[in-house]
Design a protein around this ligand. Structure first.
Ligand code: G6P
Length: 617
């Protein structure tokens, strides 16, 4: 995710910004930039690519200043290019901004400005325009007041950081649902999106709370709410070393990414259901769509193609599309699809799901389908990746960069992407009233809070992992929406712990797999409440009768029944939609795999033989 650093009150502010951006590199980024107030102008330098490109561009520039703000961008709106890199300035060059997050109502804010040419495709640039307008409207220039007036009107998630030429030693920041840390030490003021960028300077920091605005000057910090009333941030002292700081105190990137899932799901749902013009009815939309909606309305078949974890998300996608849009869907391993003769034509929609957008099997399968005139929609986490560029339409998941090789937060956001695609196809085919779609979306919005609740099971799951960490063989079973999650649970466990794990449709057990069950086997059963619950209970009884220990994943409604049949029950909150259970029931399986692997002493972030992005066949 984007990284922000701001420094005021140091002779070598620019070097400090570069050093801070280096500390933020681990967050993932695709361009970098900075702006410094220099005499009567704001001087900005920004470049797509690695930090070295940006540092190279700085050479020879007169960037001496005591104040500046820097940014590493991880693209969400607009491709990773020089022009979309931050900072963004208003047209008069009076105000500059860098941003982490998504401004959900940026189209409406743009429309308010009338016929203006924007210099980028981002959701951020318009914020600089509005702050400059507010500055013009004030009798005395006051950047903090202009920012407060602007952020009161912003929807979405943001950590925003501004400088203005009127007051060249002042940085103003505002935060809502994206992290922002401020600090002051030895006559220097700092801000950053995380402590990794600050601990070289100070360990006493303050995390801004949602809705707070901070004015950062060499002589101190001033923190208010959006109305200008004094406010108190969360102050703390950092005791981590640098490596731990990059992991934000977690033992591994994988664990950090598991705990980032509420935010990742929240961000993926943001900015999806908006009116394109002021006054128009809200509609669900994809990020980039070059497929005519009338063409989509005529689709008579869908292929979902993916590899690994992304394939399991695709299996949930099949359920969503068939349920909401009423189109038959096949889900297929991308590496198989291209070597047979799939029946594909212009009325077939191909949905290619890939976190990285660089998996060669998925790219090749999508291109095989395109050769046969099928439109391709990508569900992808990396803006501007090969798959995203080659597809006819893209829905981006906003999970942020994932460092751990085993996919976690990107998986749950892919499920969200699939649910949104199902709703979108239903919308273009007129299968649901707009109010029904809005109702489902508003229920999906409750997922982040529900995931937070599931994460509280961590201690209990660790105890179970202690108990079962030496079990040689674990079988995962599920039905309907539980099956893809059973498959993902088995994949997570084998990927990082190197223990044998397999998944089966629970109803298939009696046709073979049950022969493997003996005393001491562990069976993980996905058994949330819902229409297949009674069948799952029967399957649990079958394996238990043959000596297996059963760990059941249930929901508030099913847990009481399950307790009679299973050895352990992990209880999830009742989901707001049956398909949303998939997101919740994934989390305990990730944590179980994580704890088993770490208790066995394995490196969960870099499992043996595996790569994060597989660019070979
Ligand atoms: C590798 C990774 C998996 C991932 C798969 C597909 O095997 O280790 O975590 O699910 O590739 O990657 P993609 O980027 O296409 O989703």
């Amino acid at each position: 995710m984007c990284g922000i650093i701001g420094i005021t009150g140091r002779d070598d502010a620019v070097e400090g910004i570069v050093a801070g951006l280096k500390r933020l590199e681990y967050r993932g980024y695709d361009s970098a930039g900075a702006v410094i107030p220099d005499g009567q102008q704001l001087r900005a330098v920004k470049r797509a690519g690695k930090l070295e490109e940006f540092v190279h561009a700085l050479e020879g520039q007169p960037m001496a200043s005591t104040c500046g703000i820097g940014h590493t961008r991880w693209a969400t709106h607009g491709a990773p290019t020089d022009r979309n890199a931050h900072p963004h300035l208003d047209p008069t060059g009076r105000v500059a901004v860098v941003h982490n997050g998504i401004i959900e109502n940026y189209q409406l804010l743009k429309a308010e400005l009338g016929d203006v040419r924007f210099a980028s495709d981002t959701d951020t640039e318009v914020v600089a325009y509005h702050v400059a307008r507010e500055l013009d409207a004030l009798d005395t220039p006051d950047l903090a007041e202009a920012v407060r007036r602007t952020v009161r009107r912003l929807k979405g998630a943001f950590a925003l950081c501004f400088v203005a030429i009127d007051d060249p030693e002042t940085i103003v920041v505002a935060k809502k649902e994206a992290p922002l840390i401020v600090a002051h030490a030895d006559g220097v003021g700092y801000c950053a999106s995380d402590v990794a960028a600050l601990i070289a300077h100070t360990r006493d920091v303050a995390a801004l709370l949602d809705g707070q605005v901070a004015v950062i000057r060499p002589d101190g910090l001033e923190i208010t709410d959006v109305d200008g009333n004094p406010a108190q941030p969360h102050e703390y002292t950092v005791h981590w070393d640098l490596e731990a700081a990059e992991k934000q105190g977690y033992d591994s990137f994988m664990l950090k990414e598991i705990f980032e899932q509420p935010q990742a799901v929240h961000d993926t749902l943001l900015d999806r259901h908006t009116a394109s013009e002021p006054g128009a009815a809200p509609a669900l939309h994809l990020d980039e769509l070059h497929i005519d909606e009338r063409e989509l309305a005529r689709i008579d078949k869908v292929f979902i193609l993916a590899c690994g974890t992304s394939l399991h998300a695709g299996m949930v996608g099949k359920l969503a599309i068939e349920h909401w849009a009423g189109i038959p869907v096949d889900v297929e391993v991308a590496s198989e699809f291209r070597y047979r003769d799939p029946i594909v034509d212009a009325h077939t929609l191909v949905i290619a799901i890939s976190q990285s957008g660089e998996t060669v099997d998925t790219i090749a399968a999508a291109s095989h389908a395109r050769d046969q005139r099928a439109p391709v929609l990508a569900i992808c986490n990396v803006v501007g990746s090969t798959l995203a560029r080659e597809a006819d339409g893209v829905l981006y998941t906003h999970a942020g960069p994932e460092v751990g090789v085993a996919a976690t937060k990107t998986f749950v956001t892919q499920i969200v992407g699939c649910l949104l695609t199902g709703l979108y196809l239903s919308q273009v085919r007129g299968r649901m009233f707009a109010t029904e779609t809005a109702d489902i979306l508003s229920r999906l919005q409750q997922m982040p809070a529900a995931i937070e609740q599931v994460l509280e099971l961590d201690g209990e799951i660790r105890e179970l992992a202690e108990r079962y960490k030496d079990t040689d063989y674990t079988m995962f079973i599920g039905r309907h929406a539980g099956l893809p999650i059973a498959m993902e649970g088995a994949l997570k466990l084998k990927e990082i712990s190197y223990l044998h794990a397999e998944a089966f449709p629970a109803g298939e057990m009696k046709h073979g797999p049950i022969a493997l069950i003996e005393s001491g086997s562990l069976v993980v059963a996905l058994a949330p409440g819902g229409h297949v619950f009674p069948k799952m209970v029967s399957n649990i009884q079958e394996v238990r009768a043959r000596g297996a220990s059963v760990l059941a994943i249930g929901t508030d409604g099913s847990a009481a029944d399950l307790k009679e049949h299973a050895d352990h029950v992990l209880t999830l909150p009742e989901p707001t939609h049956e398909l949303a259970t998939t997101v919740l029931s994934t989390v305990p399986l990730q944590l179980f795999a994580y704890h088993v692997a770490t208790l066995r002493g394995e490196d969960v972030d870099k499992p043996r033989n595996l790569a994060k992005t597989v660019t070979v066949e």
